[in-house]
Design a protein around this ligand. Structure first.
Ligand SMILES: Cc1ncc(COP(=O)(O)O)c(C=O)c1O
Length: 456
């Protein structure tokens, strides 16, 4: 079935296939970022408007990929376009502050309950600054991160991600597995805990008393579908870290401005010491931001930590971010997002269950996640047991039916935008009906192929 759908996919995008061949000559893998390299071929996009994108072959899609969750304002939103166009005519880079920086910082302080903000250019830079800040403030080297959680591609956090269970080591003594190019010595500055496990965290905090600078985590674990925090997990985490004098950083690169107007921080009502933002903040232009308490950010103010970057607070980014925060992502739009998100999730689960397919899901604000599995995963190891094949088949089926989901279906989720409507949602549901029928017609042999972990 995967083979069939991949053939249909390739038949729809001949110009993408040709461009990919051409790109391979001078671009490794034929793509600008390895995550744009997906099976059966990267799709080259021509343009986007509102909730839709068009590929270079002229096919139109409802876009739930959203550039890996960044386009919550939709494509070419008039307010963002006007702000960026206006800024371009005034000059786009000085490495000196422009007044928009103040407006953006004020809006973020109000939304996330942290008084001080700095800017950078990506989520990875934001989490890198978070780690540096935690170390400078505390004078300690060790940090805690969640097993299997992606927090960006810099050395400090690119540890124990995208690994199989056998590569992660024993569950109660997990290994610290560095990403390619990262020395083990750097990975050894990290301590790994499973998500949703307060006992494991407490054990670490006691064992490494006065050695841990801080803990960084996605308050709602993404990049593993979506794994929601269990009741009391985030509150418990906050209490334990505070009790042990360990700073807490929320990586809200994916959740910030997406699940709620004040991110997961406000959704769950748990206040970290640091918040990292990127993706949705820029309304489609590269961005990053880091917020902190007065105590944390004082090390920047007094010069103990130089938070730097030529393009930090870039005028184009700040103009776009101001439009995003002030004009588009007002608190009221999250009510509409929750309505549409619930409509998608409820109909998706009904459809799959009607066809005898195990499924569960999660929805918050602009995020929706449908997982083809019986039981919700509570952590990364449980997530690994979910079939990769069925998620990929779903990605293909939706693509061939006019819905652009993020590739790597098992790890990803749907991101809606202010421009999406029920009509867009209904196309997704109609494709799911066909998908359910397709799975229902699967013979025993095919079902076994889709058994957990048997397709990669
Ligand atoms: C949770 C999380 N943190 C950090 C990052 C890194 O962001 P960027 O790709 O902008 O460097 C990502 C990227 O997907 C992410 O999902």
């Amino acid at each position: 079935m995967i083979g069939n759908e991949e053939q249909i996919f390739l038949g729809r995008v001949p110009k993408s296939v040709a461009l990919h061949q051409k790109a391979l000559r001078h671009i490794p893998g034929g793509v600008a970022s390895s995550w744009a390299s997906s099976r059966p071929t990267p799709v080259w996009v021509e343009h986007g408007r509102g909730a839709h994108v068009w590929d270079v072959d002229g096919n139109k899609y409802v876009d739930f990929h959203s550039g890996y969750g960044a386009n919550v304002v939709g494509h070419a939103h008039p307010s963002v376009v006007a702000a960026v166009q206006n800024r371009v005519t005034l000059g786009t880079h000085f490495a000196q502050p422009t007044p928009d920086v103040i407006v953006v910082a004020e809006a973020l302080a109000e939304r996330f309950g942290l008084p001080q903000w700095r800017f950078c250019n990506s989520g990875s830079e934001a989490t890198m600054d978070a780690v540096h800040l935690m170390r400078v403030v505390s004078g300690r080297d060790l940090i805690i991160k969640i097993e299997g959680s992606y927090n960006g591609h810099h050395d400090s956090v690119h540890v124990s991600i995208f690994r199989s269970t056998s590569e992660l080591g024993p569950e109660n003594e997990p290994w610290r597995v560095p990403g390619a190019g990262i020395p083990q010595a750097i990975a050894d500055l990290v301590r790994i805990v499973p998500y949703n496990d307060l006992a494991a965290l407490e054990k670490l905090l006691v064992e490494y008393k006065n050695q841990i600078a801080g803990m960084i985590l996605e308050p709602m674990m993404m990049n593993a579908g979506i794994i929601a925090p269990l009741d009391g997990y985030l509150q418990g985490l906050r209490e334990l870290t505070a009790k042990h004098g360990v700073l807490l950083a929320f990586d809200e690169v994916k959740t910030g401005l997406v699940v709620h107007h004040g991110g997961a921080t406000k959704l769950y009502g748990v206040q970290p010491d640091i918040v990292c933002l990127a993706k949705a903040l820029g309304g489609g232009v590269p961005c990053g931001a880091i917020g902190g308490t007065a105590e944390v950010m004082s090390v920047i103010s007094d010069g103990r930590y130089s938070q730097v970057g030529t393009f930090n607070g870039n005028p184009l980014t700040m103009a776009a971010a101001k439009a995003v925060l002030v004009d588009v992502l007002k608190p009221s739009v999250y009510d509409d997002a929750n309505d549409l998100g619930a409509y998608i999730l409820n109909n998706a689960l009904d459809t799959l269950h009607r066809h005898g397919q195990p499924a569960y899901g999660f929805q918050a604000g602009f995020k929706v996640c449908v997982v083809f599995n019986e039981k919700p995963a509570k952590n990364y190891r449980q997530f690994l047991n979910i079939s990769t094949g069925i998620s990929h088949l779903h990605f293909l089926k939706q693509f061939n039916g006019g819905i652009f989901l993020p590739p790597w279906g098992k790890s990803e989720s749907l991101t809606l935008s202010v421009a999406h409507t029920k009509n867009d949602a209904d196309i997704y549901i109609e494709n799911l009906v066909e998908f359910g029928q397709m799975l229902g017609s699967m013979g025993e042999r095919d079902s076994k192929v889709f058994a957990a972990g048997s397709f990669n």
